[in-house]
Design a protein around this ligand. Structure first.
Ligand SMILES: NC(=O)c1ccc[n+]([C@@H]2O[C@H](COP(=O)([O-])OP(=O)(O)OC[C@H]3O[C@@H](n4cnc5c(N)ncnc54)[C@H](O)[C@@H]3O)[C@@H](O)[C@H]2O)c1
Length: 391
């Protein structure tokens, strides 16, 4: 096997070798170690800006991945990350990256507006893709990417990874066990005063919905099931911003949003997000002890303490136990930046992760529908769905 073989070739080789020998009975999850063959997913990471400073340290301590290639259209950023994390293959554009050092999974951390086209280029070059949110710039583009991934027999996944937290799992279990009775309503909120480093957050196809609301939309649809319809209002509160890369700019995308979702059985939920929320806990949310997600039913209520991307506990009260109980006060190994590592594990073991691309696509449709609802004043019906319950 050549060191330049594709991930699929390496995997196929692992599986062929296993069936041929006595190791045929070993679970595929343990094959690489058992055969002393490459056990790592090779990662090419594109977009060496702010969030790469959180992804790269996490990937560097994840034994089943190796970051082998870096790319940024601001080449000095790829150089800097390359030196910091000892990655020698560095490229100034995706074309050179795809033609250069071989890798299995593209981790896309670029400006939101770039995601659709870069994810498409990677799939066309037979790479798997983990994309920061959103995974595409429209619902139609997302569907086309998923279809392309199917045709190329590659996998595509999109952030956020909130459904991986043990607090999400606990809330899903509480709902599944009927502890809240008939579930009526849910609320979620997330906001801060807005990023200062890049203009794209405020430009067309940016906005607080795909950057911030996306977490809460993933959590509430993950807990309550796919939304059937959406009504929303959005606005711009701060008309101009001064950002590091472009100076003072006009804000084009919403920086303030309220979204109502209709789920099955009459359950209604609400997400609010924005770039104008003073938060004493700042961008990092350190020390946030208040609930940001609440679900109410006829027999009980539960709240997520902290943010869904940095959860601290679940608080539950029911008719049987009205005094609030704190559950799952430890997020264990969950961190919001773990998505690429989690899907890499799944590529190696062939086990499906909780994160699903259909769920990410559904959330993208909700965001698009919210914008449509703002434009038309109408309620917008949704077509997408995903496998639910998720836990
Ligand atoms: N910064 C955070 O705390 C954070 C947290 C979670 C998720 N995210 C998400 O991560 C993504 C990136 O955010 P960020 O804050 O790191 O932005 P950023 O502006 O700091 O970094 C983006 C980088 O992508 C590069 N880039 C843009 N287009 C490119 C292209 N076509 N090819 C190669 N490189 C390209 C830019 O030069 C820049 O260095 C966004 O989707 C954002 O929503 C950010």
């Amino acid at each position: 096997m050549s060191p330049h073989s594709t991930f699929a070739e390496r995997r196929e080789f692992l599986q062929r070798s296993a069936t041929a020998g006595a190791l045929a009975l070993v679970s595929p999850a343990f094959l690489p170690a058992a055969l002393n063959l490459p056990a790592q997913v090779r990662i090419g990471l594109i977009g060496c800006g702010s969030v790469s400073g959180i992804y790269l340290p996490h990937l560097a301590k994840t034994p089943h991945v190796q970051v082998v290639s870096l790319c940024d259209i601001k080449p000095e950023r790829a150089e800097k990350r390359g030196q910091e994390f000892n990655v020698s293959a560095r490229y100034p554009n995706i074309e050179q990256m795809l033609a250069g050092e071989p890798f299995d999974l593209l981790v896309n951390l670029t400006n939101m507006q770039e995601h659709g086209k870069l994810n498409r280029a990677a799939l066309l070059a037979d790479r798997h893709v983990w994309s920061e949110k959103p995974l595409a710039n429209s619902y139609a583009e997302g569907k086309a990417l998923l279809e392309l991934a199917g045709k190329r027999e590659r996998r595509l996944w999109g952030a956020p990874a909130v459904v991986n937290s043990p607090q999400f799992a606990e809330m899903a279990r509480i709902l599944r066990d009927g502890q809240l009775g008939r579930v009526a309503a849910a609320h979620a909120h997330y906001g801060h005063t807005g990023p200062l480093w890049s203009a794209f957050f405020y430009e067309e196809l940016g906005g607080s919905l795909p950057d911030l609301g996306v977490y809460n939309l993933a959590t509430l649809t993950g807990l309550l099931g796919p939304a059937k319809s959406v009504m929303a209002m959005t606005s711009i509160i701060t008309a101009q911003r001064t950002v590091d890369d472009k100076g003072t700019i006009d804000v084009q995308a919403e920086d303030n949003a309220m979204v109502l979702m209709e789920h099955n059985n009459g359950t209604l939920s609400h997400v609010q997000c924005g770039f104008n929320y003073f938060d004493p806990f700042g961008h990092e949310g350190e020390g946030q002890e208040r609930p940001t997600i609440s679900v109410w039913g006829s027999h009980g209520a539960m709240h997520l303490i902290g943010y869904d991307w940095a959860p601290q506990a679940v608080e539950l009260s029911t008719i049987a136990h009205p005094v609030p109980k704190r559950l799952v006060t430890d997020a264990q190994s969950y961190v919001w930046e773990q998505g690429a590592a989690v899907v890499s594990r799944s590529l190696l073991s062939n086990e499906e992760p909780t994160i699903s691309v259909q769920h990410a696509l559904h959330v993208l449709e909700v965001i698009e529908a919210a914008r449509q609802s703002q434009k038309t004043g109408q309620r917008v019906a949704l077509e997408s769905t995903f496998t639910w319950p998720m836990v």
